[in-house]
Write a protein of this length. Structure first.
Length: 143
């Protein structure tokens, strides 16, 4: 699928093809339930899926903050690593649906290229202020 998507996208650089490694909604026990008792731990499975996707031509990956550091170390600086499940410590939103979350600074420090922030903003009573707070925190971390 990845190779076909890359072929269809052409060599113009747009769109960029991202592969999803493993949904952030799965924790280790759920992963075992869907993959079977002989499956490797999540971190190993994600590494294998990531290497396959990059070898097939993907420009990057959508991966959990729990695996982003390992993937950055294994794959180097080139792949785009998009990390969903970003939750600042002060966030009032619940973590429903997300098992492997992280704070913005931690994900960036581990090697994330882009952060996906949803519920921390949309679930806040003051979404604009929440977004501004996250942007300020990320800007302070990058100085």
């Amino acid at each position: 699928m990845i190779a076909a998507a890359c072929a269809g996208a052409g060599s113009s650089g747009a769109p960029r093809i991202l592969a999803v490694t493993l949904l952030t909604s799965l924790d280790e026990s759920e992963w075992r339930a869907v993959s079977g008792p002989g499956a490797p731990p999540i971190a190993e499975a994600v590494s294998g899926l990531a290497r396959l996707a990059i070898a097939a031509g993907a420009d990057g990956l959508v991966c959990s903050a729990h695996e982003v550091g390992r993937l950055r170390a294994e794959l180097g600086p080139a792949p785009l690593l998009v990390v969903p499940g970003i939750r600042p410590a002060w966030s009032q939103s619940d973590h429903a649906g997300q098992s492997r979350t992280a704070e913005p600074r931690a994900a960036l420090a581990a090697g994330a290229s882009c952060l996906v922030v949803g519920r921390a903003v949309t679930g806040d009573p003051h979404p604009r202020a929440a977004l501004e707070r996250i942007v300020a925190d990320v800007a302070a971390a990058s100085r």
